[in-house]
Design a protein around this ligand. Structure first.
Ligand SMILES: [Zn+2]
Ligand SMILES: [Zn+2]
Length: 360
């Protein structure tokens, strides 16, 4: 019996599924059943007015499998496009590719076009308003949330460092919490994130980072005390727990990252062999958006007797250079900052305390 996890964004209990349940069902989550209609073969570039009449007029009941209740991704996007055209936010010459970026709620390299059920899609869109976003969530049952993009598509979401204003997208309607299945040589996790304030990581970039951890493991550098310095949603630090690290310290200067990390400790507790509830030392909702300089805060701790022995986890909200003043010694410090951020200050602060500092 898995613990029920309350979604930190929408407050519902069905939103964040414990990782072990996700991993059990992921291979069939997006698959067609035997009764599903074949792929509709809709060109993503075809103007709306040239789509077949039933596709143009699709409503929530139409073109849905009577058996499994799912619809093909392209049908869902056509339904969304129909509403955008109706509301005047897209012209009749707009195509499926003009809707936005569809993100499945549990990211996984699906080797076929996904079939979607209720709340399985989050849309990242340009040219969208709150009223229409609410219509999409209410009228299209697959749509769980609508996020409005800010800035250029490639601009990273989150904070660069404590001196910069964070760059975030806007959650216009619904809930933006989604997970990604992270695969490593040590096993799999499901890492959840509030997507409107978390950088969208493409799985290639993510697997490159996991590859760095795997090679550290084979050099026996992942056994002792590991600091995941810019932990984001906690991916690398929690993979280090899977790999058998004795102690893992997760830190981020950005409050949403700290909240997501705590959520991921809960969601992956059973996979990681942790006690189900982490101990909270500072109410995360009372933290400043960006950690004040000079005041590293211990937010949560978790413990467990995982497959590879006892592990202690702590979660801090701090500037990474400041964190070095409260951590005695670590064997490995991982610095996974955004590409255009100078990591020299962090490396300088940690080179005395850490056996090795690895920038990823
Ligand atoms: Zn939610
Ligand atoms: Zn079906």
């Amino acid at each position: 019996m898995s613990a029920v996890i309350i979604c930190p964004r929408c407050g519902s209990s069905g939103c964040v599924i414990p990782a072990e349940e996700v991993l059990e069902s992921i291979s069939s989550m997006y698959a067609a059943c035997q009764s599903c209609a074949p792929d509709p073969l809709i060109s993503k570039q075809l103007p709306f007015y040239q789509l077949d009449q039933p596709v143009r007029n699709v409503d929530d009941a139409a073109m849905r499998c009577q058996n499994c209740g799912k619809r093909h991704l392209d049908i869902v996007i056509a339904h969304v496009l129909g509403i955008l055209v109706r509301e005047g936010l897209r012209g009749k010459d707009a195509s499926l590719s003009d809707v936005g970026t569809p993100m499945i709620t549990i990211g996984y390299p699906v080797p076929f076009p996904p079939r979607l059920g209720r709340d399985m899609l989050i849309l990242v869109m340009d040219a969208i308003d709150r009223g229409t976003a609410e219509m999409l969530v209410n009228e299209v049952s697959e749509v769980k949330g609508v996020i409005e993009r800010n800035g250029e598509p490639g601009q990273p979401v989150g904070i660069l460092d404590a001196d910069h204003t964070p760059h975030t997208y806007n959650l216009l309607a619904g809930c933006d919490v989604r997970g990604d299945v992270v695969s490593s040589a040590f096993g799999e996790l499901c890492i959840y994130k509030t997507q409107s304030d978390t950088h969208i990581e493409f799985s290639r970039a993510e697997s490159g980072k996991i590859g760095v951890l795997e090679s550290l493991y084979y050099q026996r550098k992942l056994e002792g005390v590991v600091v995941d310095g810019c932990c984001g949603a906690g991916t690398l630090g929690l993979v280090a727990v899977l790999a058998g690290a004795r102690e893992v310290i997760l830190n981020d200067a950005f409050r949403p990252a700290v909240k997501n990390t705590i959520l991921n400790i809960k969601a992956n507790a059973s996979v990681l062999g942790l006690d189900p509830e982490p101990e909270i030392h500072t109410d995360p909702s009372k933290l400043p958006l960006i950690a004040d300089t000079g005041t590293p805060r211990l937010v949560a701790t978790a413990h467990g007797d995982g497959a590879s022995g006892h592990v202690d986890i702590s979660v801090y909200h701090s500037d990474l250079a400041d964190l070095a003043t409260v951590i005695d010694r670590c064997d490995l410090c991982l610095v996974d900052a955004f590409i255009d951020v100078s990591t020299a200050r962090f490396v300088q602060a940690w080179k005395e305390r850490a056996g090795i500092v690895v920038t990823i």
